[in-house]
Ligand binder design. Structure first.
Ligand SMILES: [Mn+2]
Length: 388
């Protein structure tokens, strides 16, 4: 067999499990101490599920794209627990630190005896390299100063027939300037530097961007707006150059947001019915298991309609989380408003007089009533979309 053919065979078998943004020991501000503890335990479980997948798919390496834990909260035990888990993986593990777990003198990363199979790439701004078989993984950790990807503009991988991948914790963005971005980089810069792909962390929504930037996302959603995919990326190198990526969803929780329109509800039964509809829809879309739903109730309730959020939520105790936000408003108290010497009072008195004196027909009267309703809503700053 020619050396070239041999190399093709070897690289054809190369596969990597890439994960990022586990955020172990996150504080989960806003949750009760008990709920926060449960969530932190779930993050450990999530890391274990990811590593189990690495074993199941018999990958040759594991990469971790930063934010493994949160620096302010991580306990020595969690760091040692991670080291132990990664040691058990029995394949090389390459990791970079992110903006939430930066490398700093005397920091958590330095207080752990890392197993021999674990390589922590040093802080930027230069790229560091770890070779595993035919593969070279280049990366740099976040350190004491914010990391930038400027190095990509003056770097090219060696033309040595090896497969070169970049491991980076940063924000993929286009040409537009994005002030809020952390370690902004472009797919073009990754390509021009000669990398076959970028194994990325930082964005918590899983997905392959611009064909060569692989974000697995955080293994579990960490905030209400993290409604996208949460996965590990199984990365195969086909014929040594082409990246083949499978995202495997690993999250047990699923966050969803629903707006529940309760306009015109006569009693809590109407509101409960609309909420049930929203829960059913969300469960159909996201799956019922682990569903964390934030439901925002809105619209104007009729006089006497009284809702109790705890009562409403009690009917859905089978959901992992149901957070209800009451943004409903009460119906207009026309009598009081019409008695005021304001522009609004005058408007109401005028419309009421015209409605009372209307004898041309039902259609015109309805139009006047609609005008009164829309006018009231407009003057109260209501959203007029779908108002009728
Ligand atoms: Mn993160």
């Amino acid at each position: 067999m020619e050396p070239w053919a041999e190399q093709q065979t070897m690289t054809a078998q190369l596969s990597i499990l890439h994960m990022a943004d586990v955020h172990l020991d996150r504080a989960f501000v806003g949750l009760s101490p008990e709920d926060a503890r449960v969530r932190r335990r779930e993050l450990r479980d999530a890391l274990q599920r990811c590593l189990t997948l690495a074993g199941k798919h018999q990958v040759q390496a594991i990469t971790i794209g930063g934010d493994l834990w949160e620096d302010e909260h991580v306990t020595p035990d969690t760091c040692r627990w991670v080291a132990s888990q990664l040691g058990d993986a029995e394949v090389p593990v390459v990791l970079v630190a992110g903006n939430h777990d930066p490398l700093r003198p005397g920091g958590p990363y330095q207080r752990v005896d890392w197993p021999d199979n674990v390589t922590l790439l040093p802080a930027g701004p230069e790229l560091h390299r770890k070779d595993i078989g035919e593969l070279s993984i280049w990366g740099m950790s976040w350190g004491q100063v914010p990391l930038t990807a400027e190095v990509l503009d003056r770097f090219h991988v060696p033309l040595d027939g090896r497969v070169h991948l970049l491991l980076l914790h940063g924000t993929l963005s286009g040409a537009a300037f994005d002030d809020a971005a952390y370690c902004r980089f472009t797919a073009q810069a990754v390509r021009e530097a000669g990398f076959a792909g970028c194994l990325a962390g930082h964005l918590h929504a899983g997905g392959v961007r611009e064909e060569i930037v692989v974000y697995p996302g955080s293994p579990e959603p960490l905030a209400w707006d993290e409604t996208d995919r949460h996965a590990v990326a199984l990365v195969r190198l086909v014929a040594g150059v082409e990246l083949e990526v499978d995202l495997i969803d690993v999250n047990q929780r699923r966050c969803a947001l629903a707006y529940v329109e309760c306009d015109g509800a006569g009693s809590s039964a109407d509101v409960a019915r609309e909420l049930q509809r929203a829960v059913t829809n969300a469960a159909a879309e996201e799956g019922h298991e682990g569903l964390c739903l934030r439901a925002v109730l809105s619209g104007r309730l009729q006089p006497g309609c009284q809702i109790d959020l705890e009562d409403l939520a009690a009917a859905h105790s089978d959901l992992a989380v149901l957070e209800l936000r009451d943004e409903t408003k009460s119906a207009f108290d026309l009598e009081t408003l019409a008695g005021q010497s304001t522009a609004l009072g005058e408007f109401i008195r005028d419309l009421q007089a015209r409605i009372a004196g209307e004898d041309e027909g039902e259609a015109t009267r309805r139009q006047l009533e609609l005008a009164l309703d829309l006018g009231l809503r407009a003057m109260h700053g209501d959203e007029l979309v779908n108002a009728s």
